[in-house]
Design a protein around this ligand. Structure first.
Ligand code: GLU
Length: 504
Protein backbone atom coordinates (compact mmCIF):
# COMPACT_ATOMS: atom_id res chain seq x y z
CA UNK A 1 0.00 0.00 0.00
CA UNK A 2 1.28 3.44 -0.79
CA UNK A 3 1.67 5.94 2.03
CA UNK A 4 -0.76 8.44 0.49
CA UNK A 5 -3.75 9.39 2.60
CA UNK A 6 -6.87 7.90 1.07
CA UNK A 7 -10.06 8.10 3.10
CA UNK A 8 -13.65 7.40 2.26
CA UNK A 9 -17.22 7.92 3.23
CA UNK A 10 -19.29 4.86 2.48
CA UNK A 11 -22.95 5.61 3.10
CA UNK A 12 -25.75 3.14 2.60
CA UNK A 13 -28.49 4.81 0.53
CA UNK A 14 -31.41 3.74 2.65
CA UNK A 15 -33.12 6.95 3.72
CA UNK A 16 -32.25 10.50 4.60
CA UNK A 17 -28.64 11.62 4.83
CA UNK A 18 -28.13 11.54 8.59
CA UNK A 19 -26.22 14.37 10.25
CA UNK A 20 -23.99 11.73 11.84
CA UNK A 21 -22.95 10.50 8.40
CA UNK A 22 -22.44 14.10 7.33
CA UNK A 23 -20.17 14.69 10.32
CA UNK A 24 -18.17 11.53 9.52
CA UNK A 25 -17.91 12.65 5.88
CA UNK A 26 -16.66 16.04 7.03
CA UNK A 27 -14.00 14.56 9.31
CA UNK A 28 -12.78 12.39 6.42
CA UNK A 29 -12.80 15.37 4.08
CA UNK A 30 -10.89 17.60 6.51
CA UNK A 31 -8.35 14.85 7.12
CA UNK A 32 -7.88 14.28 3.38
CA UNK A 33 -7.51 17.97 2.59
CA UNK A 34 -5.11 18.51 5.46
CA UNK A 35 -2.83 15.75 4.20
CA UNK A 36 -3.20 16.49 0.51
CA UNK A 37 -4.94 13.12 0.30
CA UNK A 38 -7.92 11.72 -1.56
CA UNK A 39 -11.52 11.73 -0.37
CA UNK A 40 -13.46 8.84 -1.86
CA UNK A 41 -17.22 8.39 -1.99
CA UNK A 42 -18.49 4.83 -2.16
CA UNK A 43 -22.15 3.93 -2.22
CA UNK A 44 -22.83 0.81 -0.16
CA UNK A 45 -25.95 -0.40 -1.89
CA UNK A 46 -25.73 -4.16 -1.57
CA UNK A 47 -28.90 -4.15 0.51
CA UNK A 48 -31.13 -4.38 -2.53
CA UNK A 49 -34.34 -4.12 -0.54
CA UNK A 50 -33.56 -0.95 1.41
CA UNK A 51 -31.38 0.95 -1.08
CA UNK A 52 -33.10 3.50 -3.30
CA UNK A 53 -31.96 5.68 -6.19
CA UNK A 54 -33.54 8.65 -4.44
CA UNK A 55 -31.41 8.11 -1.34
CA UNK A 56 -28.31 8.02 -3.56
CA UNK A 57 -29.28 11.43 -4.95
CA UNK A 58 -29.82 12.69 -1.40
CA UNK A 59 -26.26 11.68 -0.54
CA UNK A 60 -24.82 13.47 -3.57
CA UNK A 61 -26.90 16.57 -2.85
CA UNK A 62 -25.99 16.57 0.84
CA UNK A 63 -22.26 16.29 0.24
CA UNK A 64 -22.38 18.96 -2.46
CA UNK A 65 -24.42 21.27 -0.26
CA UNK A 66 -21.80 20.98 2.49
CA UNK A 67 -19.08 21.60 -0.07
CA UNK A 68 -17.54 18.16 0.50
CA UNK A 69 -16.55 17.43 -3.05
CA UNK A 70 -15.31 13.91 -3.43
CA UNK A 71 -12.19 13.26 -5.49
CA UNK A 72 -13.21 9.78 -6.56
CA UNK A 73 -16.60 8.20 -6.63
CA UNK A 74 -19.85 7.99 -8.56
CA UNK A 75 -20.31 10.74 -11.14
CA UNK A 76 -16.63 11.55 -10.76
CA UNK A 77 -14.90 8.30 -11.61
CA UNK A 78 -11.40 7.36 -10.54
CA UNK A 79 -8.86 4.60 -10.90
CA UNK A 80 -10.50 2.24 -8.38
CA UNK A 81 -14.08 2.23 -9.69
CA UNK A 82 -16.79 1.33 -9.95
CA UNK A 83 -17.73 3.11 -6.72
CA UNK A 84 -21.13 1.56 -6.16
CA UNK A 85 -21.02 -1.81 -4.47
CA UNK A 86 -23.86 -3.15 -6.62
CA UNK A 87 -21.51 -2.76 -9.59
CA UNK A 88 -18.65 -4.59 -7.90
CA UNK A 89 -20.22 -8.01 -7.38
CA UNK A 90 -17.72 -9.92 -9.59
CA UNK A 91 -14.91 -8.54 -7.45
CA UNK A 92 -16.47 -9.88 -4.24
CA UNK A 93 -17.01 -13.26 -5.88
CA UNK A 94 -13.42 -13.40 -6.96
CA UNK A 95 -12.18 -12.64 -3.44
CA UNK A 96 -14.68 -15.01 -1.85
CA UNK A 97 -13.47 -17.77 -4.13
CA UNK A 98 -9.91 -17.12 -2.94
CA UNK A 99 -11.02 -17.64 0.65
CA UNK A 100 -13.00 -20.74 -0.24
CA UNK A 101 -10.10 -22.23 -2.14
CA UNK A 102 -7.69 -21.65 0.71
CA UNK A 103 -10.15 -23.16 3.17
CA UNK A 104 -10.43 -20.01 5.31
CA UNK A 105 -14.03 -19.74 4.25
CA UNK A 106 -16.50 -22.61 4.03
CA UNK A 107 -19.97 -23.22 2.72
CA UNK A 108 -22.82 -23.20 5.18
CA UNK A 109 -26.05 -24.87 4.15
CA UNK A 110 -28.17 -23.97 7.16
CA UNK A 111 -31.42 -22.28 6.20
CA UNK A 112 -32.64 -19.03 7.75
CA UNK A 113 -35.35 -20.95 9.63
CA UNK A 114 -32.88 -23.44 11.07
CA UNK A 115 -30.57 -20.64 12.15
CA UNK A 116 -33.31 -18.67 13.85
CA UNK A 117 -34.65 -21.77 15.61
CA UNK A 118 -31.22 -22.53 16.98
CA UNK A 119 -30.75 -18.92 17.97
CA UNK A 120 -33.94 -18.95 20.00
CA UNK A 121 -32.95 -22.20 21.62
CA UNK A 122 -29.61 -20.74 22.69
CA UNK A 123 -31.25 -17.60 24.03
CA UNK A 124 -33.63 -19.74 26.05
CA UNK A 125 -30.68 -21.57 27.52
CA UNK A 126 -29.06 -18.21 28.28
CA UNK A 127 -26.23 -18.91 25.84
CA UNK A 128 -24.58 -16.43 23.54
CA UNK A 129 -26.56 -16.97 20.30
CA UNK A 130 -23.58 -17.61 18.05
CA UNK A 131 -23.47 -19.75 14.95
CA UNK A 132 -22.61 -23.24 16.24
CA UNK A 133 -20.11 -24.14 13.52
CA UNK A 134 -22.24 -27.02 12.28
CA UNK A 135 -21.11 -26.74 8.61
CA UNK A 136 -17.44 -26.08 9.45
CA UNK A 137 -16.20 -29.53 8.75
CA UNK A 138 -18.71 -31.07 6.35
CA UNK A 139 -17.25 -33.63 4.00
CA UNK A 140 -17.58 -33.13 0.27
CA UNK A 141 -20.15 -35.93 0.18
CA UNK A 142 -22.24 -34.21 2.87
CA UNK A 143 -22.02 -30.93 0.98
CA UNK A 144 -23.10 -32.57 -2.25
CA UNK A 145 -26.07 -34.19 -0.54
CA UNK A 146 -27.20 -30.83 0.85
CA UNK A 147 -26.72 -29.19 -2.51
CA UNK A 148 -28.74 -31.96 -4.15
CA UNK A 149 -31.41 -31.16 -1.59
CA UNK A 150 -31.72 -27.76 -3.29
CA UNK A 151 -29.95 -25.79 -0.58
CA UNK A 152 -28.00 -22.69 -1.64
CA UNK A 153 -24.94 -22.27 0.56
CA UNK A 154 -23.79 -19.09 2.23
CA UNK A 155 -20.08 -18.56 2.85
CA UNK A 156 -18.70 -18.19 6.35
CA UNK A 157 -15.26 -17.21 7.56
CA UNK A 158 -13.52 -19.70 9.81
CA UNK A 159 -12.63 -17.44 12.74
CA UNK A 160 -10.10 -18.24 15.45
CA UNK A 161 -11.72 -19.37 18.70
CA UNK A 162 -8.90 -18.25 20.97
CA UNK A 163 -6.80 -15.15 21.40
CA UNK A 164 -7.88 -11.64 20.72
CA UNK A 165 -8.05 -9.23 17.80
CA UNK A 166 -6.66 -5.84 18.69
CA UNK A 167 -5.74 -2.58 17.06
CA UNK A 168 -4.61 0.89 18.01
CA UNK A 169 -7.52 3.11 17.21
CA UNK A 170 -6.71 6.65 16.09
CA UNK A 171 -9.34 7.94 18.49
CA UNK A 172 -10.03 5.23 21.04
CA UNK A 173 -6.41 4.07 21.49
CA UNK A 174 -6.02 0.36 22.29
CA UNK A 175 -9.08 -1.71 21.45
CA UNK A 176 -9.26 -5.45 21.83
CA UNK A 177 -11.97 -8.06 21.27
CA UNK A 178 -11.78 -11.68 22.44
CA UNK A 179 -11.99 -13.92 19.39
CA UNK A 180 -14.14 -16.33 21.38
CA UNK A 181 -16.89 -13.72 21.18
CA UNK A 182 -16.93 -13.87 17.41
CA UNK A 183 -18.56 -16.65 15.48
CA UNK A 184 -17.93 -17.85 11.95
CA UNK A 185 -19.72 -14.95 10.35
CA UNK A 186 -21.27 -14.90 6.89
CA UNK A 187 -19.27 -13.18 4.17
CA UNK A 188 -21.54 -14.04 1.26
CA UNK A 189 -25.22 -14.72 1.67
CA UNK A 190 -26.97 -17.65 0.02
CA UNK A 191 -28.38 -15.22 -2.57
CA UNK A 192 -24.84 -14.49 -3.70
CA UNK A 193 -24.65 -10.96 -2.24
CA UNK A 194 -21.70 -10.08 -0.01
CA UNK A 195 -22.35 -9.03 3.55
CA UNK A 196 -21.37 -5.54 4.69
CA UNK A 197 -18.24 -6.74 6.52
CA UNK A 198 -16.93 -8.59 3.51
CA UNK A 199 -17.72 -5.98 0.85
CA UNK A 200 -16.32 -3.17 2.97
CA UNK A 201 -13.00 -4.97 3.42
CA UNK A 202 -12.67 -5.94 -0.23
CA UNK A 203 -13.44 -2.35 -1.19
CA UNK A 204 -11.29 -0.60 1.38
CA UNK A 205 -8.40 -2.93 0.53
CA UNK A 206 -8.70 -2.69 -3.25
CA UNK A 207 -9.37 1.06 -3.14
CA UNK A 208 -6.19 1.38 -1.07
CA UNK A 209 -7.92 3.21 1.75
CA UNK A 210 -5.29 4.25 4.29
CA UNK A 211 -7.50 5.41 7.17
CA UNK A 212 -11.00 4.21 7.93
CA UNK A 213 -12.64 7.02 9.88
CA UNK A 214 -16.18 6.06 10.77
CA UNK A 215 -18.83 6.13 13.47
CA UNK A 216 -18.37 4.34 16.76
CA UNK A 217 -21.31 2.11 15.86
CA UNK A 218 -18.88 0.37 13.51
CA UNK A 219 -16.50 -0.55 16.34
CA UNK A 220 -17.72 -4.11 16.87
CA UNK A 221 -17.34 -4.83 13.14
CA UNK A 222 -13.68 -3.91 13.14
CA UNK A 223 -12.33 -7.20 14.63
CA UNK A 224 -14.22 -9.13 11.96
CA UNK A 225 -12.85 -6.85 9.30
CA UNK A 226 -9.29 -7.22 10.61
CA UNK A 227 -9.65 -11.01 10.42
CA UNK A 228 -10.78 -10.62 6.82
CA UNK A 229 -7.77 -8.45 5.93
CA UNK A 230 -5.58 -11.17 7.31
CA UNK A 231 -7.43 -13.93 5.49
CA UNK A 232 -7.25 -12.03 2.20
CA UNK A 233 -3.60 -11.15 2.70
CA UNK A 234 -4.07 -7.39 2.72
CA UNK A 235 -2.45 -4.91 5.06
CA UNK A 236 -5.26 -3.35 7.11
CA UNK A 237 -5.80 0.41 7.13
CA UNK A 238 -5.66 2.45 10.33
CA UNK A 239 -9.02 2.78 12.07
CA UNK A 240 -10.51 5.74 13.90
CA UNK A 241 -13.98 5.53 15.42
CA UNK A 242 -15.65 8.88 15.96
CA UNK A 243 -18.05 9.28 18.90
CA UNK A 244 -21.79 8.97 18.48
CA UNK A 245 -24.03 12.00 18.29
CA UNK A 246 -26.28 12.51 21.31
CA UNK A 247 -29.33 14.63 22.02
CA UNK A 248 -29.21 17.26 24.76
CA UNK A 249 -30.50 14.58 27.18
CA UNK A 250 -27.37 12.57 26.28
CA UNK A 251 -29.30 9.70 24.73
CA UNK A 252 -28.47 8.63 21.17
CA UNK A 253 -29.51 11.36 18.73
CA UNK A 254 -32.86 10.55 17.18
CA UNK A 255 -35.85 12.26 15.57
CA UNK A 256 -37.18 12.73 19.10
CA UNK A 257 -34.54 15.44 19.51
CA UNK A 258 -35.51 17.22 16.27
CA UNK A 259 -34.36 16.95 12.68
CA UNK A 260 -31.65 14.39 11.93
CA UNK A 261 -31.64 14.50 8.12
CA UNK A 262 -29.27 16.98 6.51
CA UNK A 263 -31.93 17.95 3.98
CA UNK A 264 -34.16 19.33 6.74
CA UNK A 265 -31.42 21.72 7.82
CA UNK A 266 -31.01 22.92 4.26
CA UNK A 267 -34.76 23.50 4.03
CA UNK A 268 -34.77 25.48 7.24
CA UNK A 269 -32.17 27.75 5.80
CA UNK A 270 -29.05 26.77 7.66
CA UNK A 271 -26.10 28.19 5.73
CA UNK A 272 -23.97 25.29 4.45
CA UNK A 273 -20.72 26.75 5.79
CA UNK A 274 -22.36 27.08 9.20
CA UNK A 275 -23.59 23.49 9.10
CA UNK A 276 -20.06 22.31 8.32
CA UNK A 277 -18.60 24.51 11.06
CA UNK A 278 -21.13 23.17 13.56
CA UNK A 279 -20.64 19.52 12.54
CA UNK A 280 -16.87 19.87 12.73
CA UNK A 281 -17.14 20.81 16.40
CA UNK A 282 -19.18 17.74 17.31
CA UNK A 283 -16.66 15.61 19.14
CA UNK A 284 -13.72 17.80 18.29
CA UNK A 285 -12.64 21.09 19.73
CA UNK A 286 -10.79 23.44 17.43
CA UNK A 287 -9.82 25.66 20.35
CA UNK A 288 -10.84 29.29 20.27
CA UNK A 289 -10.18 31.12 17.03
CA UNK A 290 -10.27 34.84 16.43
CA UNK A 291 -14.02 34.55 16.01
CA UNK A 292 -14.68 32.19 18.93
CA UNK A 293 -16.08 28.99 17.53
CA UNK A 294 -16.57 30.32 14.02
CA UNK A 295 -14.04 28.87 11.62
CA UNK A 296 -13.61 29.21 7.90
CA UNK A 297 -13.19 26.06 5.83
CA UNK A 298 -9.46 26.75 5.53
CA UNK A 299 -9.12 27.11 9.30
CA UNK A 300 -10.98 23.84 9.87
CA UNK A 301 -8.70 22.08 7.41
CA UNK A 302 -5.53 23.39 8.99
CA UNK A 303 -6.66 22.91 12.61
CA UNK A 304 -8.38 19.53 12.32
CA UNK A 305 -6.73 16.90 14.50
CA UNK A 306 -8.06 13.37 14.40
CA UNK A 307 -6.08 12.48 17.50
CA UNK A 308 -7.87 15.24 19.43
CA UNK A 309 -11.34 13.89 18.65
CA UNK A 310 -13.09 12.94 21.89
CA UNK A 311 -14.03 9.45 22.91
CA UNK A 312 -17.21 10.62 24.62
CA UNK A 313 -20.43 11.15 22.69
CA UNK A 314 -21.01 14.58 21.17
CA UNK A 315 -24.15 16.53 21.97
CA UNK A 316 -26.02 17.89 18.96
CA UNK A 317 -27.51 21.11 20.29
CA UNK A 318 -30.11 22.55 17.90
CA UNK A 319 -30.12 25.85 19.77
CA UNK A 320 -26.40 26.25 19.33
CA UNK A 321 -26.74 25.53 15.62
CA UNK A 322 -29.36 28.26 15.29
CA UNK A 323 -27.22 30.69 17.22
CA UNK A 324 -24.26 29.90 14.99
CA UNK A 325 -26.39 30.25 11.87
CA UNK A 326 -27.49 33.69 13.02
CA UNK A 327 -23.81 34.63 13.31
CA UNK A 328 -23.17 33.35 9.79
CA UNK A 329 -26.15 35.21 8.38
CA UNK A 330 -25.11 38.46 10.01
CA UNK A 331 -21.57 38.06 8.73
CA UNK A 332 -22.70 37.71 5.11
CA UNK A 333 -22.55 40.66 2.78
CA UNK A 334 -26.03 41.75 1.71
CA UNK A 335 -25.26 40.51 -1.80
CA UNK A 336 -24.27 37.08 -0.53
CA UNK A 337 -27.33 36.97 1.69
CA UNK A 338 -29.52 37.94 -1.29
CA UNK A 339 -28.19 34.98 -3.24
CA UNK A 340 -29.32 32.61 -0.49
CA UNK A 341 -32.52 34.49 0.26
CA UNK A 342 -34.00 35.02 -3.20
CA UNK A 343 -34.77 31.29 -3.80
CA UNK A 344 -36.39 31.12 -0.35
CA UNK A 345 -38.55 34.17 -1.06
CA UNK A 346 -39.44 32.89 -4.52
CA UNK A 347 -40.47 29.56 -3.05
CA UNK A 348 -42.63 31.37 -0.49
CA UNK A 349 -44.37 33.19 -3.35
CA UNK A 350 -43.16 36.63 -2.26
CA UNK A 351 -40.99 37.14 -5.33
CA UNK A 352 -41.31 36.05 -8.89
CA UNK A 353 -38.53 33.93 -10.36
CA UNK A 354 -37.18 36.55 -12.78
CA UNK A 355 -36.13 39.62 -10.87
CA UNK A 356 -35.35 42.90 -12.57
CA UNK A 357 -32.31 44.81 -11.35
CA UNK A 358 -34.63 47.27 -9.55
CA UNK A 359 -36.46 44.44 -7.78
CA UNK A 360 -33.17 42.89 -6.75
CA UNK A 361 -32.04 46.23 -5.34
CA UNK A 362 -35.24 46.40 -3.32
CA UNK A 363 -34.66 42.83 -2.03
CA UNK A 364 -31.20 43.86 -0.90
CA UNK A 365 -32.61 46.83 0.96
CA UNK A 366 -35.18 44.61 2.68
CA UNK A 367 -32.47 42.16 3.66
CA UNK A 368 -30.21 44.88 4.97
CA UNK A 369 -32.80 45.84 7.59
CA UNK A 370 -33.80 42.24 8.50
CA UNK A 371 -30.39 40.55 8.43
CA UNK A 372 -29.78 41.19 12.13
CA UNK A 373 -33.06 39.66 13.16
CA UNK A 374 -33.04 36.15 11.72
CA UNK A 375 -31.31 32.96 12.73
CA UNK A 376 -32.54 30.79 9.87
CA UNK A 377 -33.23 31.63 6.23
CA UNK A 378 -36.59 29.93 6.61
CA UNK A 379 -37.63 32.75 8.95
CA UNK A 380 -37.21 35.23 6.09
CA UNK A 381 -40.61 34.91 4.39
CA UNK A 382 -42.43 35.67 7.61
CA UNK A 383 -39.94 38.33 8.70
CA UNK A 384 -40.14 40.19 5.38
CA UNK A 385 -43.65 39.48 4.05
CA UNK A 386 -44.97 42.99 4.69
CA UNK A 387 -42.21 44.49 2.56
CA UNK A 388 -43.47 42.64 -0.47
CA UNK A 389 -47.22 42.88 0.00
CA UNK A 390 -49.64 45.23 1.72
CA UNK A 391 -52.05 42.35 1.94
CA UNK A 392 -51.54 41.55 5.61
CA UNK A 393 -53.74 41.35 8.68
CA UNK A 394 -52.95 43.37 11.78
CA UNK A 395 -51.80 41.10 14.59
CA UNK A 396 -54.66 40.86 17.14
CA UNK A 397 -52.28 42.01 19.86
CA UNK A 398 -51.34 45.05 17.76
CA UNK A 399 -55.01 45.88 17.26
CA UNK A 400 -55.91 45.65 20.93
CA UNK A 401 -52.84 47.52 22.05
CA UNK A 402 -52.89 50.38 19.54
CA UNK A 403 -55.65 50.44 16.95
CA UNK A 404 -58.48 50.38 19.49
CA UNK A 405 -57.05 53.40 21.37
CA UNK A 406 -59.22 56.51 20.87
CA UNK A 407 -56.18 58.78 20.46
CA UNK A 408 -54.59 56.63 17.69
CA UNK A 409 -56.67 58.13 14.86
CA UNK A 410 -55.52 61.65 15.76
CA UNK A 411 -51.91 60.55 15.93
CA UNK A 412 -52.04 58.78 12.60
CA UNK A 413 -53.73 61.79 11.03
CA UNK A 414 -50.98 64.11 12.24
CA UNK A 415 -48.27 61.71 11.06
CA UNK A 416 -49.88 61.43 7.62
CA UNK A 417 -49.96 65.19 7.33
CA UNK A 418 -46.33 65.54 8.39
CA UNK A 419 -45.18 62.77 6.06
CA UNK A 420 -47.06 64.26 3.12
CA UNK A 421 -45.30 67.57 3.58
CA UNK A 422 -41.83 66.00 3.77
CA UNK A 423 -39.79 66.72 0.64
CA UNK A 424 -40.74 64.01 -1.78
CA UNK A 425 -39.14 62.35 -4.75
CA UNK A 426 -39.84 65.33 -7.00
CA UNK A 427 -37.35 67.41 -5.01
CA UNK A 428 -34.73 64.79 -4.43
CA UNK A 429 -35.45 61.60 -6.30
CA UNK A 430 -32.39 59.80 -4.91
CA UNK A 431 -33.26 60.19 -1.24
CA UNK A 432 -36.98 59.89 -0.81
CA UNK A 433 -36.87 59.44 2.94
CA UNK A 434 -34.01 58.99 5.35
CA UNK A 435 -34.13 57.49 8.83
CA UNK A 436 -33.03 60.81 10.35
CA UNK A 437 -35.54 62.91 8.39
CA UNK A 438 -38.25 60.53 9.55
CA UNK A 439 -37.04 60.67 13.12
CA UNK A 440 -37.14 64.44 12.97
CA UNK A 441 -40.69 64.35 11.60
CA UNK A 442 -41.89 61.96 14.29
CA UNK A 443 -40.26 64.07 16.98
CA UNK A 444 -42.08 67.16 15.70
CA UNK A 445 -45.42 65.34 15.54
CA UNK A 446 -44.85 64.15 19.12
CA UNK A 447 -44.13 67.69 20.27
CA UNK A 448 -47.22 69.09 18.60
CA UNK A 449 -49.43 66.31 19.95
CA UNK A 450 -47.74 66.65 23.34
CA UNK A 451 -47.05 62.93 23.60
CA UNK A 452 -43.87 60.89 23.78
CA UNK A 453 -42.29 59.72 20.51
CA UNK A 454 -43.19 56.15 21.48
CA UNK A 455 -46.87 57.02 21.25
CA UNK A 456 -46.30 57.78 17.55
CA UNK A 457 -43.79 55.06 16.76
CA UNK A 458 -45.83 52.10 18.01
CA UNK A 459 -49.10 52.76 16.15
CA UNK A 460 -47.08 53.77 13.07
CA UNK A 461 -45.29 50.42 13.17
CA UNK A 462 -48.60 48.58 13.43
CA UNK A 463 -49.96 50.62 10.52
CA UNK A 464 -47.08 49.93 8.13
CA UNK A 465 -46.17 46.35 9.16
CA UNK A 466 -49.21 44.97 11.02
CA UNK A 467 -46.94 43.99 13.89
CA UNK A 468 -45.66 45.16 17.22
CA UNK A 469 -42.04 44.03 16.67
CA UNK A 470 -39.59 44.29 13.84
CA UNK A 471 -36.64 46.23 12.52
CA UNK A 472 -36.18 49.91 13.37
CA UNK A 473 -39.30 51.79 12.26
CA UNK A 474 -37.46 54.56 10.42
CA UNK A 475 -35.23 52.12 8.54
CA UNK A 476 -38.10 49.95 7.43
CA UNK A 477 -40.18 52.98 6.37
CA UNK A 478 -37.30 54.12 4.19
CA UNK A 479 -37.32 50.72 2.51
CA UNK A 480 -41.08 50.78 2.01
CA UNK A 481 -40.95 54.27 0.53
CA UNK A 482 -43.08 57.30 1.18
CA UNK A 483 -46.06 56.52 -1.05
CA UNK A 484 -46.44 53.01 0.34
CA UNK A 485 -46.12 54.23 3.95
CA UNK A 486 -48.77 56.89 3.35
CA UNK A 487 -51.14 54.34 1.86
CA UNK A 488 -50.69 52.01 4.80
CA UNK A 489 -51.06 54.79 7.35
CA UNK A 490 -54.32 55.89 5.69
CA UNK A 491 -55.60 52.34 5.70
CA UNK A 492 -54.81 52.00 9.41
CA UNK A 493 -56.53 55.33 10.03
CA UNK A 494 -59.68 54.06 8.31
CA UNK A 495 -59.44 50.86 10.29
CA UNK A 496 -59.08 52.52 13.67
CA UNK A 497 -61.85 55.03 12.88
CA UNK A 498 -64.15 52.17 11.90
CA UNK A 499 -63.38 50.46 15.21
CA UNK A 500 -64.23 53.65 17.07
CA UNK A 501 -67.51 54.01 15.20
CA UNK A 502 -68.60 50.45 15.94
CA UNK A 503 -67.43 50.98 19.51
CA UNK A 504 -65.20 47.94 19.61
N1 GLU B 1 -22.28 1.55 4.85
C1 GLU B 1 -21.86 1.67 6.20
C2 GLU B 1 -22.80 2.64 6.90
O1 GLU B 1 -23.45 3.41 6.24
C3 GLU B 1 -20.43 2.17 6.25
C4 GLU B 1 -19.74 1.90 7.51
C5 GLU B 1 -18.25 2.10 7.31
O2 GLU B 1 -17.86 3.25 7.12
O3 GLU B 1 -17.52 1.13 7.29
O4 GLU B 1 -22.91 2.59 8.10
Amino acid sequence: MSSAVRVRIAPSPTGSFHVGTARTALFNYLFARQHGGTFVLRIEDTDQVRSTAEAVETIFAGLRWLGLDWDEGPEKGGPFGPYRQSERLPLYDEQAQKLLDSGVAYECFCTAEELSQRREQMLKQKQDPKYDGRCRDLTVTQQEALRADGRQPALRLRTPQTGATSWTDLIRDEVSFENALLDDFVIRKSDGFPTYNFAVVVDDATMEISHVIRGEDGLSNTPRQLLLYEALGYQPPLFGHVPLLLGTDRSKLSKRHGATGLEEFRQRGVVPDCMANFLALLGWSAGAGEEGELFTREELISRFDLGAVNKAGAVFDHEKLEWMNGCYLRALSVDALAELAVPVLVEAGLLSGNLSEAELTQVRRVLAVTQERIKLLSELPDATRYFFTADFQYEPKAVSKWLTKPETAGILLRLIGALESMPGPALDPGVELTPWSLEETVRKVAEQAEVSAGKIIHPARVAVTGRTFGPGLFELMVVLGKAECLQRLRRALDYTEALQRTGE
